[in-house]
Design a protein around this ligand. Structure first.
Ligand code: 3PG
Length: 208
């Protein structure tokens, strides 16, 4: 279905979140909303991730919940069934991309090279996750891609912090960034939702 351009406009930062205990899912999502961040990419890296996804989709209507770390068609199906409103993959294969595009939600595929960008463009998408942003080349690499391919909007993710996010967000081909810094593991373990709200507040006002 459609590309993810609307998803990229929701917030300057998409929090990339891994939840172990589904009991944390709703208060964590609520803490992000309270800080002004109304989107969450929940990674499918834990056995209970789909349970957490379903809880957020059902109980936190103010947040746009997507599923990240989609590696297989089966995971994409399960995520949509659990209520995912968009799908994010760290990279792409032709089979996975085509399967995700057959589903009724926006798709944000991961790319790290110019050839991968071109392959995703061939499938009709011009919104992409640039992953892993720091190790793959950072802002200067993205700026260089923008010269020959100015019509792609990226969400760089991987190795980005509150301090480095502006270096990406000032680029014309960056719509938003992704990162796990809004939901540190120790804050989640301590159920310190106020700290997560505070981190979200700082991210929500970043200029782009
Ligand atoms: C990921 O998928 O792990 C994200 O890129 C998060 O990366 P970060 O922890 O470096 O923000």
């Amino acid at each position: 279905m459609a590309d993810a351009s609307g998803v990229l406009r929701v917030s300057p930062v998409i929090p990339v979140v891994t939840i172990d205990d589904p009991q944390d899912a709703v208060p964590l999502a609520g803490a992000l909303v309270d800080g002004g961040v109304k989107i969450i990419e929940l990674t499918l890296r834990t056995d209970s991730a789909l349970t957490s996804l379903k809880l957020i989709a059902e109980e936190v209507p103010d947040i746009l919940v997507g599923a990240g770390t989609i590696l297989s068609p089966g995971q994409a199906d399960a995520a949509v069934q659990a209520g995912a409103k968009f799908l994010v993959s760290p990279g792409v294969t032709p089979a996975l991309l085509r399967h995700m595009l057959s589903l009724d939600v926006p798709v944000l595929p991961g790319v790290a090279t110019v050839g991968e960008v071109m392959a995703v463009l061939e499938e009709g998408l011009d919104s992409m996750k640039f992953f892993p942003a720091g190790p793959a080349g950072g802002p200067s690499y993205l700026a260089a891609i923008g010269a020959p391919i100015p019509n792609v909007q990226f969400c760089p993710t991987g190795g980005i912090s509150l301090a480095t996010a502006p270096d990406y967000l000032k680029l014309p081909n960056v719509a938003c960034v992704g990162g796990s810094w809004l939901t540190p593991a120790d804050a989640v373990a301590a159920k310190d939702w106020a700290r997560i709200t505070s981190l979200a507040s700082g991210a929500a006002v970043l200029a782009r």
